[in-house]
Ligand binder design. Structure first.
Ligand code: NAP
Ligand code: F7E
Length: 321
């Protein structure tokens, strides 16, 4: 039986990846940091099937301990301070968890068992103020936030350990991916939750920042399949994972309000406080390499994704009334 260790298991991607790996017959271990209140909502359906190991990616000893317990064939490093906005408020912590966390995990592997295959959760935010469109594996990076700068370090250290130590390390450059389990701060979930509340008469307005920003959005359940595929190849490599379509925040809002029969103009308020110090205006990924080499393609469209999230939020909000 193959064994996998996932950091960031309580997050959106960690939960979908756990389900995928369990379905493939893996023994799944998750690194979980201590929190003062429970945060197991995303993994509640798999809790009795996985093993959680206490640890933090900033604590190398806890990572070595986790590897000694799990003895994994594969490590998926998904842990990070992943909210771009907060990376300006907490730049040093974001740098530590997002970049030093990655090298800590790589060092833990190198020192214990360098044959372990390693996946690093890299991000389209690294392209930032884009040099070319669409963005592919060869597009130069121009990060625009402390988060994105930290992800660039984590990406290159992953490449460097492959080249320096001949380790099987892969960097998945994933464009935005969402789901009903997306954190409430991110724009898709903020919109779908608000639409549900407005429809049910519990909220009057939705305050947003830049409506013109464009993103290449996909479904998290599709994207975790690509993470697994990357670690099943003969040779390690880096891949862009994207839908190949871009949409503005305004389009997202229009589709979401339309779906419940409401006019978004009556509810959306632009709030200058929500504009970022430096914005990423346009992201559009070119997933051809992943399509050809991994035989990967997404199944869920942008519209289906938004509708899935609204249906889920309406159910959640109703169950709490
Ligand atoms: P998420 O929901 O924010 O989950 C982040 C996870 O990291 C949580 O489980 C969190 O634990 C954990 N974590 C944070 N700091 C940690 C630390 N110091 N030690 C141990 N665990 C820590 O993020 P996601 O959307 O699932 O994304 C997964 C990864 O992919 C992240 O690295 C993110 O930056 C990257 N990424 C995401 C996207 C996207 O569109 N979703 C795109 C590209 C890359 P707590 O529950 O305790 O907070
Ligand atoms: O913002 C604009 C905002 O916070 C998307 C993370 O998973 O994907 C995510 O980063 C866009 C930005 O995601 C609001 O200015 C407008 O242009 O949903 P977001 P993100 O910053 O793209 C990448 C790939 C990651 O790696 C990250 O970890 O939407 N926007 N108004 C807003 N955004 C938010 N959050 N809230 C607003 O009110």
């Amino acid at each position: 039986m193959k064994k996998a260790l996932i950091t960031g298991i309580t997050g959106q991607d960690g939960s979908y990846l756990s389900e995928l790996l369990l379905n493939k017959g893996y023994k799944v271990y998750g690194l979980k940091r201590r929190t003062s209140t429970p945060n197991l909502e995303n993994i509640k359906s798999v809790l009795d099937k996985i093993d959680l190991i206490p640890g933090d990616v900033l604590d190398l000893t806890s990572l070595i301990n986790a590897i000694n317990i799990a003895k994994p064939d594969e490590v998926y490093n998904l842990a990070a301070q992943s909210f771009v906005t907060d990376s300006w408020a907490q730049p040093i912590y974001t740098g530590q968890s997002t970049s030093i966390g990655a090298i800590n995990m790589l060092e833990a592997i190198r020192l214990t068992n360098p044959d372990i295959r390693f996946y690093q959760a890299s991000s389209s935010e690294m392209f930032g103020k884009v040099i070319e469109t669409p963005q592919s594996e060869t597009t130069p990076f121009y990060p625009r936030s402390p988060y994105a700068v930290a992800k660039v370090y984590a990406h290159w250290i992953t490449v460097n350990y492959r080249e320096s130590y001949d380790m099987y390390t892969c960097s998945g450059i994933l464009f935005n991916h969402e789901s009903p389990r997306r954190g409430i701060d991110f724009v898709t979930r903020k919109v779908t939750d608000a639409v549900a509340r407005i429809k049910l008469g519990l909220q009057k307005e939705l305050r947003l920042g830049n409506l013109d920003a464009k993103r290449d959005w996909g479904y998290a359940g599709d994207y975790v399949k690509a993470m697994w595929l990357m670690l099943q190849q003969t040779e390690p490599n880096d891949y862009v994972i994207a839908s190949g379509e871009t949409h503005s925040v305004k389009e997202l809002v229009e589709i979401a309000f339309d779906y419940v029969g409401l006019d978004w103009n009556k509810y959306v308020v632009q709030d200058p406080k929500l504009i970022r110090p430096a914005e990423v205006d346009l992201l559009l990924g070119d997933p051809q390499k992943a399509q050809k080499k991994l035989n990967w393609k997404p199944d869920v469209s942008f519209e289906q994704l938004i509708k899935m999230m609204i249906d889920s939020d309406i159910k959640k909000v109703k169950s709490n009334i």
